[in-house]
Design a protein around this ligand. Structure first.
Ligand SMILES: [Zn+2]
Length: 337
């Protein structure tokens, strides 16, 4: 059923849309990598990051798909990249520079380990609460819980442990793109402007230093961004900046605010097709950064007057507008992640 609906929606989307989709993945095993490539290749042509600006303006035989992988887990280098290479599919790997330096598991993997062992979320440690906190406070809570229960994430698991810089350099030499994903996996909108600017600048500089050429892309950890932070990334050398707004992308999007659609390893072919089709509508899926469908109003305002900066100037009115829209519109709830 999902398959049939997905196919029909996607066929419709392809008639209506130029542009394509930027897919946001995290960890996949080899079989999942093959499956995702197989499903997506039926509807999309895979492109390299460097071709993205040009592709936004082109209407090809098929829409394009750019694959991106966040967080720099070791399995990206040992499982995903070899499969992609064999299949001739380009991709971008966004790495957390400071975490690659110290090889400590990312905070959400430690949180997952706690939850798995305890079978419940300890007090004050729900993801919703943690994601509201500045990084120092968030880490303090996780540290305390890990030592209290004697539990931690296992960095020997290739889906938890991070790539070495040598693995990053090898991926780059083999033609994959390497982007920056913060110095730590901080939700940058919870930090002071100085700290957020610093995390963006350090991560872009470190990736550039390690790969021996300018790092041209940045992806916001957890997707949370402001226009000011995105434009700082551009000032630091990124030419393309990615969010998690779950829509297709075309020339109407500025390069400092490129939307991405999240797909997970266990998503079935039908679900992937349906997600891709629904994302073409540009208004149904929720942004996994916690801001719901606020992106719809941002896009509307940005398109009405491209000289305005809706994210910074109009947040309050946007929220009201989005809420009003949600009340008056019959929402299609497709139950997607
Ligand atoms: Zn991430």
């Amino acid at each position: 059923m999902l398959n049939a609906i997905g196919r029909i929606c996607l066929a419709l989307a392809r008639h209506l849309k130029s542009g394509g989709v930027i897919v946001n993945e995290h960890v996949l095993d080899r079989e999942q990598t093959r499956r995702h490539v197989d499903v997506l290749s039926r509807c999309f042509d895979f492109i390299h990051l460097n071709d993205l600006p040009r592709q936004l303006y082109r209407r090809g035989k098929k829409p394009f798909c750019l694959l991106t992988f966040d967080d720099g887990k070791r399995s990206n280098a040992t499982a995903v990249a070899p499969e992609l290479e064999r299949l001739g599919v380009p991709a971008v790997f966004f790495v957390v520079s400071g975490s690659l330096d110290d090889q400590a598991p990312l905070w959400f993997d430690r949180h997952r380990a706690l939850q798995k062992k305890l079978g419940a979320t300890p007090n004050g440690l729900s993801l919703q609460v943690l994601k509201q906190l500045p990084y120092a406070l968030l880490i303090e809570r996780i540290e305390r819980a890990c030592s209290q229960y004697g539990i931690d994430a296992n960095p020997r698991d290739a889906d938890v442990g991070l790539m070495s810089w040598e693995q990053v350099r090898r991926l780059h030499r083999r033609g994959f793109s390497i982007g920056a994903h913060g110095h730590t996996h901080t939700i940058l909108t919870r930090e002071s402007k100085t700290a957020a600017f610093e995390s963006i600048a350090r991560s872009i500089a470190k990736v550039s230093e390690e790969i021996g050429e300018a790092c041209g892309s940045f992806a916001f950890p957890n997707g949370n961004y402001t226009a000011e932070l995105a434009q700082h990334a551009i000032r630091c050398g990124a030419k393309m900046v990615m969010t998690t707004e779950p829509t297709w992308v075309d020339q109407r999007f500025p390069l400092w605010r490129l939307p991405r659609l999240q797909i997970f390893g266990d998503n079935s072919p039908g679900r992937i097709r349906l997600k891709a089709a629904v994302a073409a509508a540009g208004r149904i899926l929720k942004n996994p950064d916690g801001t719901g469908r606020l992106y719809r109003a941002i896009n509307r305002i940005a398109r009405r007057d491209p000289t305005r900066n809706p994210i910074e100037k109009d947040v309050r009115s946007l929220v009201a507008e989005a809420e009003a829209e949600a009340r008056t519109e019959a929402e299609v709830n497709v139950g997607l992640d």
